[in-house]
Write a protein that binds this ligand. Structure first.
Ligand SMILES: Nc1nc2c(ncn2[C@@H]2O[C@H](COP(=O)(O)OP(=O)(O)OP(=O)(O)O)[C@@H](O)[C@H]2O)c(=O)[nH]1
Ligand SMILES: [Mg+2]
Length: 402
């Protein structure tokens, strides 16, 4: 399953964001290093479901459909906080990053209220510029990655110079567990103009630049500008944007409150909605009413929503540019073999072909791939055609699924 890694300096609300996204209980507190070990959970990418557009009642299997909103599961991991020199073992170090090696995106959480100092100590809002924190966290990540590269580099560069192996191919193999491939390495080295014929001459600084380029190519990053419910956060959101980051202002706390209220049947709210309504007939306590009013005033009126779902959607649909496609077995009824209508949605990387989809669904389906049909037009798809957003695809294979 797709994985997003949640990272950031201590005390910025990573675990609150994780808890809101996954609807699980984890430790949250106003001091640094509350989280000691990564938390693993599931959340969803929000899509407008095709069922509405086609006027069908669907039977989702690998995803959920709530009032025409299709929710496609992804995995998230909430990491302990990262401070300056974490790569030297400061704070809780960086070893936990091993758990997000396979992440396809990074969510860097920042405190947009400016209410946490560099080391995570709580302070008055407006005390600290979060731009610095995001750069620090990414730099620590890059050093962690450089150290992994460096471990392989000695052996591979010697062998490459002795013309026994290709540097990019061998390094691609060594880093495949990080989601880095040979092409990524080739592109990064080209961009950096590093002499691939003489890798033993590269400096530690060159390796760090290589690590940064590989991170940029393989771990696109969204900055979750959290605590944006706090007055004054607009200025820091703007500063984060000006620094060149892809920023989503959010309030993890507001989202968590709303999701819990929705689960209790107090409000109508689907994550990512631009508004919420109190369910008619329910009686709220005074404290609940005040909390909801505050969320409306400080979050929805100001930002048009909590921003939490937008963090995930931006990561998968804008940064990774994944394309939702609906595979079906029967192109006429748009069902699987059990008659479930539009049962599955897959998020495919841009440029994916029908055969890539077949492989993603099941190895055997991919191996026996014969051809595919666009179920809505009835037209056969060329083998090299690229999948389109919301395409309903029926795959014909010599081998049956499962
Ligand atoms: N105002 C406001 N406070 C928040 C928000 N999200 C989290 N907080 C508060 O920020 C503090 C830290 O929250 P955590 O979720 O524990 O932060 P963390 O980044 O996981 O912290 P570590 O695990 O220690 O690195 C807590 O007091 C939260 O209640 C938010 O959206 N708005
Ligand atoms: Mg935490």
């Amino acid at each position: 399953m797709e994985l997003a890694g949640i990272v950031g300096k201590p005390n910025v609300g990573k675990s609150t964001l994780f808890a809101a996204l996954s609807m699980t209980d984890v430790e949250i507190a106003n001091y640094p290093f509350t989280t000691k070990k990564p938390n693993v959970g599931i959340t969803y990418v929000r899509l407008e479901c095709l069922c509405r557009k086609l006027g069908l009642k669907d039977n989702p299997r690998n995803s959920l459909c709530v009032d025409g909103v299709r929710l496609v599961p992804i995995q998230i991991i909430d990491c302990p906080g990262i401070i300056h020199e974490a790569h030297k073992g400061k704070g809780l170090g960086l070893q936990f990053l091993d758990d997000i090696r396979q992440a396809s995106v990074l969510v860097v959480v920042a405190d947009a209220s400016g209410g946490t100092l560099l080391d995570g100590t709580p302070a008055e809002p407006g005390s600290h510029d979060p731009v610095e924190d995001v750069s620090l966290v990414l730099n620590e990540f890059d050093i962690w990655l450089r150290d992994i590269i460096a471990r392989h580099w000695t052996r591979i560069s010697r062998a490459a110079e002795a013309r026994q192996v290709s540097f990019t191919a061998e390094m691609g193999k060594a880093l495949s567990g990080l989601g880095v491939n040979e092409k990524n390495i080739h592109d990064a080295l080209n961009y950096l103009k590093l002499d691939v014929g003489k890798p033993t001459t590269w400096s530690q600084q060159d390796l760090l630049r290589l690590a940064t380029e590989l991170r940029v190519r393989t771990k696109p990053t969204v900055v979750a500008a959290n605590k944006s419910d706090v007055p004054g956060s607009e200025a820091y959101v703007e500063r984060l944007r000006k620094a060149g980051f892809d920023v989503v202002p959010c309030s993890a706390e507001a989202e968590r409150t709303l999701r819990l209220a929705a689960a209790k049947g107090l409000v109508r709210y689907i994550p990512g909605d631009p508004d919420f309504q109190v369910v008619e007939g329910v009686s709220l306590t005074e404290a609940q009413r005040r909390a909801l009013n505050k969320i409306r005033e400080m979050v929805f009126s100001k930002w048009g929503g909590t921003g939490v779902q937008q963090v995930v959607n931006k990561a998968y649909l804008e940064k990774l540019r994944y394309i939702p496609v609906y595979p079906v077995e029967n192109p006429h009824s748009l069902t699987d073999h059990e008659g479930n209508v539009l049962p599955d949605v897959y998020l495919m990387p841009p440029g994916s072909t029908p055969k890539d989809l077949a492989h993603k669904i099941h190895t055997e389906l991919g191996e026996g791939y014969l051809y595919a049909v666009d179920a809505l037009t009835g037209l056969r798809l060329a083998d090299d055609s690229t999948l389109k957003p919301n395409q309903v695809v029926s795959i014909v294979s010599a081998k049956k699924r499962g």
